[in-house]
Design a protein around this ligand. Structure first.
Ligand code: ZN
Length: 189
């Protein structure tokens, strides 16, 4: 290598990925800043997207920072005033595309949205399947141990079966995440 030219080292790549992830976490925290989960404690909403990233990175060993960023941002279009263009500008087309894939069609009635998730599962890209699997794993854990305050047992059980129907529709689910999902489904109340 000639003097004066620098080579990008793997630690520089890792540092850049870390900055990208922190940027996404800060963006999501700001967007969800006034939202709460529906559990009895009304936990801060941001706990949920962070938990997705934790499951993907620490439980499934996923290191692709675009997937971790998409997980952190996965509910921003659906639940906050965030547009696809905004995500594209700040995080790039790949991250924005994954988020869009896991975003429900807001024009549909809630019951149709539930069916649409089952119908669309087979069209999801591999990264979108990974984020969707992590979302369902986290939601099932919440419904099992810390459910929305107004959900009775029947509703909690129906949620488990709907989540399973969505995952069963996937064509190429990540084996590690699928194993975690199945173990979680086994805790159906
Ligand atoms: Zn979610």
């Amino acid at each position: 290598m000639s003097p004066g030219r620098s080579r990008t080292t793997s630690s520089e790549v890792a540092h850049a990925a870390l900055l990208q992830l922190i940027d996404a976490i800060a963006f999501a925290a700001h967007k969800h800043r006034d939202q709460r989960r529906k559990n009895a404690r009304a936990s801060p909403y941001i706990n949920h997207p962070i938990e997705l990233a934790r499951v993907l990175a620490l439980e499934a060993g996923i290191t692709d920072v675009d997937i971790l960023r998409a997980a952190v941002l996965h509910d921003t279009i659906e639940d906050t005033q965030t547009t696809q263009t905004e995500l594209e500008r700040q995080f790039g087309a790949r991250v924005a595309g994954i988020v869009l894939e896991v975003t429900d069609d807001a024009s549909l009635h809630w019951q149709d949205r539930k069916q649409a998730q089952i119908d669309h599962a087979r069209h999801l890209s591999f990264p979108a399947q990974q984020v969707k699997l992590a979302d369902k794993i986290c939601n099932l854990r919440d419904v099992a141990t810390d459910p929305p305050h107004d959900w009775d047992l029947g509703r909690r059980r129906r949620y488990f079966d709907w989540a399973k129907a969505v995952i069963d529709g996937m064509k190429t689910p990540d084996p590690a995440l699928l194993a975690i999902f199945r173990e979680t489904y086994g805790r159906k109340p």
